[in-house]
Design a protein around this ligand. Structure first.
Ligand SMILES: [Zn+2]
Length: 152
């Protein structure tokens, strides 16, 4: 099942990947607590091209931050979002290739109206629900250990 969250991570000026990862772990753990017993398989993240997040670094930090938490082993799926600007001259939204220049690809006008590109949000969490009929109380059949004879 997919749990839609759409929650944004508040990114501070000096925030680096480890603190971002820790924030994600915190937010996801809180969201997932609504489903006791469910295991988080994957966390889908939307990251804008201008969010200044280094993907490899975030993946690495994710493993560090999730280790030892209920999210250990969960996959971090990063969806990169291109920068989209709005041009007044064309009154159109356009995706721009690089982040060096914010010029409308249609007419070349400078367009500072950013419509997408700074996102850093948890899009959804993939959970594996516990199967209700999975309890097998009597399955464990251990041979009774041999009695230890005390030899004197
Ligand atoms: Zn234009």
């Amino acid at each position: 099942m997919i749990y839609e969250t759409g929650s944004s991570i508040v990114q501070e000026e000096s925030m680096h990947e480890l603190s971002i990862a820790a924030s994600i772990v915190e937010a996801v753990t809180e969201s997932a607590s609504a489903y006791p017993g469910a295991r988080v398989i994957a966390v889908r993240l939307r990251v804008g091209a201008l969010a200044s997040v280094i993907e490899d670094s975030l993946q690495f930090c994710w493993e560090l931050a999730s280790e030892g938490s209920p999210l250990a082993g969960a996959k971090l799926v990063i969806k990169k979002l291109p920068v989209i600007i709005h041009c007044d001259a064309c009154s159109a939204d356009s995706e721009i290739e690089g982040v060096q220049s914010f010029r409308c690809p249609r007419c070349g006008e400078l367009a500072a109206d950013l419509r997408q590109g700074r996102e850093l949000e948890i899009e959804s969490i993939e959970l594996e629900e516990p199967e209700p009929n999975e309890s097998k109380p009597a399955e464990l059949e251990l041979d009774a250990p041999d009695p230890v004879e005390e030899k004197i």
